[in-house]
Design a protein around this ligand. Sequence first.
Ligand SMILES: [Zn+2]
Ligand SMILES: [Zn+2]
Length: 418
Amino acid sequence: MTILDWSAIAAWAIAAIISVEVSRDLYHVLAHVWPPLTRLHTWHHRVFRPDLTPNSALIYRQAQWYNDVPESCVMMAFSAAFWGLAWSLTPEVAWGCSAGVLYSLVFLLSAMARGMGWAWAHELTDVTHLPGPFQTPPSRWWVNRPYHWRHHFENQNAYFCSTLTIVDQLMGTALSLKGKTIAVTGASGTLGQALLRQLKAQDAKVLALTSREQPINLDGQDIPSQRWQVGQEAALADTLAKVDILIINHGINVHGDRSPDAIEQSYQVNAFSAWRLMEAFLETVDGDRDRVRKELWVNTSEAEVNPAFSPLYELSKRTLGDLVTLRRLDSPCIIRKLILGPFKSNLNPIGVMDSDRVAAKIVKRAQGDVRNIIVTINPMTWVLHPLKELSVSLYFRWLTRTSPVGEICANQDISPES
Ligand SMILES: [Zn+2]
Ligand SMILES: [Zn+2]
């Protein structure tokens, strides 16, 4: 056998395992929409209390026989069919697909062991259903306990995946916005209003945070609004405690002005106000429920890595982008960056992208759990931003120490005027 043959065998093995996972997740989706399967799957949803302890040992065992064992049989059947397909294409190396059959068999045997009521099988093989506090937010590529908890207790029509999150990412069910309270700063701006409209369309409860006196009016309808001013971020603490997702979207563009006042304003609004708001929000993340439900989205703009033809806008937005990268290292909840290209707005009348379409793309990508949401016409941003984010994040990780939320320095209360 040549190296090429071995590579083909390994490729079939990996493809077989991934396809088995995908088949399991699709079977799970089907179990939520097709009544004959729903009857079996309901047992799985009956088992756990919100702290992930089983309601009863008997129901736990029954759920294994009614849900997990049939699910593993579907995986077995699919892995055999996949092997058959591979054999019809490349008979000599198709036996790599045996990895998929073995993988499914492990799941079948562990489901049967759990069905027998053996405690070790529960602790060793049912890792997404073990009780105990959540140490991290929901993860991006692998299903961890916080990720799966949301399927049981937040929205059963989302978060379907079991091991890999691919199916949820593709279906847009990796984040559910339904019923969540989402506050948007810069709500009177063009993108702010477009975001509010898109979020409302996803059944979120929106809250506009604005410097204006009048409530924000969307398509002839007043929406819940709260007035606030840059420099008074701490005054929003009670509101932020009730907010599930905070979108920091306010900003200023002084264009060609390079006076000391323009420097002060750019940094205060674009960088420090956003940072203070970010800290005030992270302070409200308290306990497991907040850790999985709360999120922070920060509009840092593609000025992080590309010219925006406004030096002070770039300098202050880059500062904000770096602060987000730094605080992400210790964040108790998910933080997303919105890296946006030139959309048409009051700040940027010559922008080329339509703000409603930008907002729709932001929401769609967030539902696919994209953490750095890039929406731009500039292809360089797609290349430069991931490189910058990775290298800066590693640099910060190596040269700084952990700072859990709650030990934030007292400077937080210093307002820009003081
Ligand atoms: Zn479950
Ligand atoms: Zn389910």
